[in-house]
Design a protein around this ligand. Structure first.
Ligand code: ADP
Length: 344
């Protein structure tokens, strides 16, 4: 609740009181000196003129004190004004002095500093995002340009022609996946709830996701262990499919040949849990800390087919469902992604 009489109000009242008191003391001192040392004989001065002179001096003294003290009190506001001007210009590198006696001004300075730090963080994220997006676009575009230029050579053997055309196709796919993911993520980030919900079979959906990834896992000859409890689920079928494809896709991508991939689906009246475990390259704690950041790729060498948006997308979808993703991993031993979803 807002305090009716704030400290600022108290400080203001005290200030006015102090000014009035000092003016009164000043006036009384003058009267005392005049009386004590009989500087003016009692009959010599006109009572009204004398009173006016003392009053005027009192007012002048009060104004002088207000000017001096007021300047000190209003200093934080002047500083805030200067700092706000800088922020308006786009300079987030400003901080206000926080060691102020009056609580309201001290809190205001602290809040302002916090706000500027947040803005600076958002600005960094924005510029990082733009840098990452342009970098991710540049690589396939450069490849397309380069291979298309090579294809212009009419003497090119058929084999090389085919190879270069293939490279152009895969770079185009990479670009299309990138734009798709950026669009999906920005759409999901602007969304707070899932509207299109239907009842569907979650175990069937996970089986379908595994089937879609069959060329990849059978290529690596992974040993699959699947235990899926029959589970009906009410939610967004399309969005959840994306979660399984991204997380299962990573489990396969970061697996070595002949590794194991286990997928378990269990349910309780409140939750459904999907556990995806691979025996692949695993992650260091440092990599684990960043995997949900946009464009983050821990292992650049293996991440060529991807753009660091798979896990941020999966996390955003799971967040929107009110669930969570728990990751445990050891470098060289493998990773487990546990996805818990509340029954909607
Ligand atoms: P991408 O797969 O396109 O690189 P993701 O956002 O899906 O992007 O993953 C981010 C990073 O997380 C990966 O580059 C990788 O370093 C790490 N990662 C994700 N899943 C696994 C996994 N199952 N095993 C090892 N590392 C993983």
């Amino acid at each position: 609740m807002k305090k009716r009489f704030s400290n600022l109000w108290f400080a203001f009242v005290m200030l006015v009181f102090m000014i009035m008191l000092s003016s009164a003391v000043f006036m009384m001192t003058i009267i005392f000196i005049i009386k004590r040392f009989t500087i003016i004989e009692p009959g010599q001065f006109h009572a009204f003129g004398f009173l006016a002179a003392v009053l005027l001096t009192g007012i002048l003294t009060g104004t002088l004190i207000t000017a001096v003290i007021g300047q000190k009190i209003l200093l934080p506001i002047s500083r805030l004004r200067e700092a706000t001007k800088e922020v308006a210009k786009g300079n987030f590198n400003v901080q206000l002095y926080e060691n102020i006696k009056i609580e309201e001004f001290r809190e205001m300075a602290k809040d302002f500093n916090k706000m500027v730090q947040e803005l600076q963080g958002i600005e960094t994220l924005r510029t990082d995002f733009v840098t990452n997006v342009s970098h991710e676009f540049k690589t396939p575009i450069t490849a397309i340009e380069g291979y298309a230029a090579l294809l212009q050579n009419s003497d090119l053997p058929a084999e090389e022609r085919e190879e270069y055309a293939g490279k152009i196709i895969s770079s185009t796919r990479q670009l299309s996946m990138l734009t798709n993911n950026i669009l999906k993520l920005s759409k999901l980030e602007n969304q707070e709830i899932i509207i299109e919900k239907t009842e569907f079979s979650l175990d069937e959906q996970i089986r379908q996701a595994l089937l879609l990834l069959e060329p990849q896992w059978s290529g690596k000859q992974l040993d699959l262990e699947i235990q899926l409890a029959e589970t009906g689920f009410y939610g967004s079928e399309e969005l959840l499919m994306q979660v399984w494809i991204n997380i299962l896709g990573n489990a396969v991508k970061f697996s070595r040949e002949y590794g194991n991939l286990s997928v378990t689906l269990t349910e309780s009246p409140q939750n459904v849990s999907v556990e995806i475990t691979d025996t692949g390259i695993g992650m260091t704690p440092e990599v684990q800390r960043h995997i949900f950041e946009k464009f983050y790729q821990g292992d650049k060498a293996r991440a060529s087919y991807g753009n660091g948006l798979g896990l941020p997308l999966a996390k955003r979808i799971v967040d929107l469902c009110g669930g969570r993703i728990i990751v445990s991993s050891k470098p060289g031993q493998g990773s487990t992604f546990l996805i818990e979803l509340p029954r909607g």
